[in-house]
Design a protein. Structure first.
Length: 168
């Protein structure tokens, strides 16, 4: 059932009407910040201490460019799997950043919190987080000059673990 909901979610990728998508910002999920493992507080970090495995599964965007701004509606699919130490629901911290592509300058970064709701015997779930992002366009700039990047907020330990996984 989770897979069917996610496939329906992915079907929403589009612009609105006859939008020239070349005037829309690029959107991406930051690879190193796309997934993490949440462990029981005070646990040793082995599999028996795993509370939740969290992943940003997908991102859909609707874009409405105009002369002086581009408005994007973001839908972010965040999936979770309950581990042996997981109880109740999982709270997930993630960010949405706007970057000027030419110089990789972060113009705006917002942190959000989402809740993954698990039923009593439910092992996996998906939450859809929806946001609107407005990017003002200075004279001579187009939406395609920007990128919207989404990722999980990782602790230093989680970031180290993600780097180790990538190097394996």
């Amino acid at each position: 059932m989770v897979a069917a909901a996610f496939l329906a979610f992915l079907g929403g990728c589009s612009g609105v009407g006859q939008v020239d998508l070349r005037n829309c910002p690029r959107t991406s999920i930051l690879g190193i910040a796309a997934e993490t493992s949440l462990f029981r507080p005070g646990g040793g970090g082995d599999i028996t201490d795993l509370a939740f495995q969290i992943e940003i599964m997908g991102l859909t965007v609707e874009c409405t460019p105009s002369k002086d701004r581009v408005t994007t509606s973001l839908s972010i699919a965040i999936g979770g799997e309950r581990g042996p130490a997981g109880q109740g629901d999982a709270w997930v911290s993630y960010f949405i950043a706007v970057v000027e592509r030419a110089n990789e300058l972060i113009l705006d970064k917002q942190t959000h919190r989402g809740r993954l709701v698990f039923g009593v015997d439910q092992k996996r779930t998906v939450a859809i987080e929806e946001w609107e992002q407005v990017i003002p366009l200075p004279k001579g700039k187009l939406g395609k000059d920007y990128e919207i990047i989404v990722g999980l907020n990782l602790s230093p330990e989680e970031l180290d673990a993600a780097r180790r996984r990538r190097s394996e």
